[in-house]
Design a protein around this ligand. Structure first.
Ligand code: FES
Ligand SMILES: [Fe+2]
Length: 386
């Protein structure tokens, strides 16, 4: 395993490819590869996950599968083929693969029996609460689902946004509560929470499922945020613009999945309780919200545009995902892969220091072939805490 960026000691950690230390680490866990709603029965899509390309397809039965990107015959891209039953047929010469990647048919060949040389990679897949997860590591996958189940499921909201920067920058941001008092003031949304410019007292510690952030602003109660390591944040978040009308705080899992080293997808799975009498109003509101989201270019495009000086966030204060644009600008504004040799950490960065220590330990274990920490499933119930 090579260091990709030489002088930067974090380089191995931020890399996600299969032959990197960071990539080997992330492959020890289930990772979302798409939203269930993104792929219909009988469809195939190319997906980019941890600096590799794969094919996600949903059989006519409705079962989701993840296999390699290319055909073993002459490398056609398999997402362009046909789904037949629970197999995927290459559009070039018709070779067929099942959900495990086994080549089950080669129509132009005389001997059409099993031909293991033609098998392509296939991965375990699970679908849960609107997300499709795959396991790309060696051996048995860890417990599933990767986060604590909701005890009482109301309405599940899912969405995914591309952030045009390395995933670890967003993970650091999740340990950086101070940023809220600055980054999230463009739309004044956090004003409504009475949190403007007040820096909280913070405390971070490790648990058997990851880490906890405890924070307290003056006069307030201690709030907790849970990190289900390595890449999930479990947090109760308030409703923001355009979703205020119906429904309260969302019990939220935010999962960060590298596409490549300079882009990642931020997946949200949120649980919200809506009174039966408000259900129609809720659905109407959520539809309006989604229609409004569609009117804007995706967050990563806006982020690139604004960072290139071709616009300003003030032009987008009405964006229904203003918070994501604010975060995207802060994090991608550090560079797509930040040069940490140039940083000057201070008191506000204690969370970042604490999480880096944990990641450093895990990465050193990967590098030396030692077992990494086997995180337990999260057992505690999240409480209000933003
Ligand atoms: S390249 Fe796929 S069948 Fe020939
Ligand atoms: Fe943020």
């Amino acid at each position: 395993m090579e260091q990709v960026h030489g002088k930067d000691r974090w380089a191995d950690y931020v890399a996600s490819g299969p032959d990197t230390i960071g990539g080997k680490y992330l492959r020890q866990f289930w990772q979302p590869v798409g939203l269930s709603s993104e792929i219909a029965n009988g469809q195939a899509l190319p997906v980019q996950v941890m600096d590799e390309e794969f094919t996600l397809f949903r059989g006519e039965t409705g079962t989701a599968h993840v296999v390699g990107h290319r055909c073993s015959h002459r490398s056609a891209q398999l997402s362009t083929g046909w789904v037949k039953g629970d197999t995927l047929q290459c559009m070039y010469h018709g070779w067929k693969f099942d959900g495990n990647g086994c080549c089950v048919e080669r129509p132009g060949e005389k001997n059409t029996g099993a031909f293991p040389q033609a098998d392509i990679p296939g991965y375990p897949v699970q679908e849960f609460l609107g997300l499709i997860y795959a396991y790309f590591g060696d051996g048995e996958p860890p417990h599933f689902p990767p986060f604590k189940k909701y005890e009482d499921i109301g309405v599940i909201e899912n969405h995914a946004t591309i952030f045009p920067c390395n995933w670890f920058q967003t993970m650091e941001n999740h340990f950086d509560e101070t940023h809220i008092a600055f980054v999230h003031t463009f739309g004044d949304s956090h004003d409504k929470l009475g949190r403007r410019y007040e820096l909280p007292e913070m405390n971070f510690y490790e648990t058997d499922y990851g880490m906890i952030r405890e924070s307290k602003v003056s006069g307030g109660k201690t709030r907790k945020v849970h990190y289900v390591l390595p890449n999930i944040m479990r947090i109760m978040i308030p409703t923001f613009n355009d979703l205020m009308e119906v429904g309260g705080w969302r019990d939220t899992n935010i999962i960060l999945v590298p596409m490549d080293d300079k882009n990642h997808r931020v997946y949200f799975t949120m649980n919200v309780h809506i009174d039966e009498k408000d259900m129609d109003a809720y659905h109407a509101m959520y539809e309006r919200f989604n229609e409004k989201v569609k009117k804007y270019p995706p967050i990563h495009e806006l982020t690139h545009e604004i960072l290139a000086g071709k616009g300003h966030i003030n032009d987008y204060l009405d964006h229904p995902h203003l918070l994501l644009l604010e975060d995207g600008l802060a994090q991608a504004g550090q560079e797509q892969i930040v040069d940490r040799s140039q940083e000057l950490l201070g008191r506000t960065d204690i969370g970042i220091a604490a999480m880096r220590k944990v990641f450093e330990r895990e990465m050193l274990a990967v590098a030396s072939g030692e077992p990494t920490t086997s995180w337990s499933p999260m057992t505690v119930e999240p409480e209000l805490g933003f």
